[in-house]
Design a protein around this ligand. Structure first.
Ligand SMILES: Cc1ncc(COP(=O)(O)O)c(C=O)c1O
Ligand SMILES: N[C@H](C=O)CCC(=O)O
Length: 417
């Protein structure tokens, strides 16, 4: 039973978990023994409709049969060679074909490693130290970017983490999202190696870029000689095959990917302009290495997933699901609120009527969001436990799943005030 496992977990893990957001599920996290399509099956044998989807990677839903088959076939042939394998070339070919900025690729094992490597590359390429990021953007758990970070860092009140030397965090300038005045000021005054951002914010709830924001940053970084990095760990292959850069038609110098490109197996990637990527070892002097880089299981899981995505159905179904559900939520909430949706992911904010910055997201009535999360769990619907995460949909969120979810939301939202 979940409760027993949770009690025992306190003995082994800080706060009982291995990634903090999981501890935000109240009264205690449910433990999962399986997943199928749009559903999670808990240790207490409950079936929950899942709008978390592993925090984004599972755009085909749980245990998609083609991904299972391909990964099983790979397992039979072994899963770690310490040499290159065909699958890494095939997955890189897909990324280069679909992602406008990708001329070369380096596979790593998480989004965290991807952004860490991208920052090192930008510094190595430009010979500069300073980084500009945006309040509430989350780029993983490494030292360079844990300043005013979103996601669990904001949820647990450590947007700027302890344990990071001031000498490191002082090299980071932070601007408010959707504002071009601050980046212009910083870039004109300082030598900035890289401007990094989520082209759609997905770690303070969902916050879309306003018209002209991404293209404005593209122009500014060109003018001042800084590397523009789009962190597409969430948006890559979610906003269509070409990600946010294809959707908004703004091409950065470097892109970080993760989540979907591994089909739910651990992965990260940096890709981008040839002359920057070639700075990486062994062709250049910017070091990166990894025992598990381009491991065959993640490569094959990613390949099978992208092949499914190329058929188009996952995008049509997931977008329809997100649209229908978010519109019903919008109609059912009776107090001031706003629903921010981009394509197939969204979040709702209560007590505020517009959210275009992290500050506005923080001003929303988070206690009400938590209440809704808890009540939905009783209705067998799992949405993120934190206001600062995102509801994702998948190919498995068909009209029956969406109708059941809408009914559950209506029952819960009727007396939220
Ligand atoms: C935009 C973004 N960048 C980077 C990361 C870090 O990825 P990972 O958790 O795979 O290290 C995440 C999520 O965690 C993310 O949402
Ligand atoms: N918001 C994070 C990634 O996108 C959630 C994943 C985690 O912190 O465990």
């Amino acid at each position: 039973m979940s409760q027993d496992l949770w009690r025992e977990a306190q003995n082994y893990f800080a706060g009982g978990v291995n990634s903090p957001v999981r501890a935000a599920v109240r009264p205690y996290p449910f433990y999962v023994k399986g997943g199928r399509g749009a559903y999670l099956i808990t240790e207490d044998s409950e079936e929950l409709i899942d709008y978390v989807l592993g925090y984004g990677p599972l755009i085909l839903g749980h245990a998609h049969q083609n991904v299972v088959r391909r990964v099983k076939e790979q397992l039979e042939r072994g899963w770690l060679y310490g040499t290159p394998s065909r699958a890494e070339v095939e997955l890189a070919r897909k990324i280069v074909r679909h992602v406008p900025s990708a001329q070369k690729v380096r596979f790593v094992n998480s989004g965290t490693e991807a952004t860490m490597t991208a920052i090192r590359l930008a510094r190595g390429f430009t010979g500069r130290k300073r980084i500009l990021k945006f309040d509430g953007n989350y780029h993983g758990a490494h030292d360079w970017l844990l300043v005013d970070a979103g996601s669990a860092a904001s949820e647990f009140g450590v947007a700027t983490s302890k344990g990071i030397p001031e000498e490191v965090s002082n090299l980071v300038s932070v601007c408010s999202y959707n504002d071009l005045t601050c980046p212009e000021k910083v870039l004109s005054k300082e030598d900035v190696a890289a401007v990094i951002l989520e082209p759609v914010m997905g770690n303070m709830g969902v916050i879309p870029p306003e018209d002209g924001f991404l293209s404005g940053l593209r122009e500014l970084t060109r003018t001042y000689g800084s590397v523009l990095i789009f962190d597409e760990v969430i948006t890559g292959f979610r906003l269509g095959l070409s990600g946010a850069q294809g959707h908004y038609r703004v091409v950065p110098d470097l892109t970080t990917l993760g989540k979907i490109i591994g089909g739910g197996f651990p992965i990260g990637a940096v890709c981008g302009k040839r002359e920057i990527m070639d700075q990486l070892t062994p062709s250049g002097k910017v070091f990166n290495a990894g025992t598990f880089n381009a491991n065959p299981i993640s490569m094959v899981g990613g390949l099978a997933t992208i092949e499914e995505l190329e058929k188009g159905k996952a995008y049509t179904t997931s977008e329809r699901a997100a649209k229908e559900l978010s519109e019903e939520i919008d109609e059912s909430i009776r107090i001031p609120h706003v629903v921010n949706r981009v394509y197939n992911f969204f979040q709702f904010f209560l007590g505020v009527t517009s959210v275009s910055t992290a500050k506005e997201a923080r001003e929303s009535r988070r206690e009400l969001y938590v209440k809704i999360h808890e009540r939905l769990l009783k209705e067998k619907v799992f949405i993120p436990p934190s206001q600062f995460e995102t509801l994702f949909t998948s190919e498995a969120h068909d009209s029956e799943v969406v109708s059941r979810s809408i009914e559950a939301f209506k029952r819960v939202l009727v007396d939220i005030n």
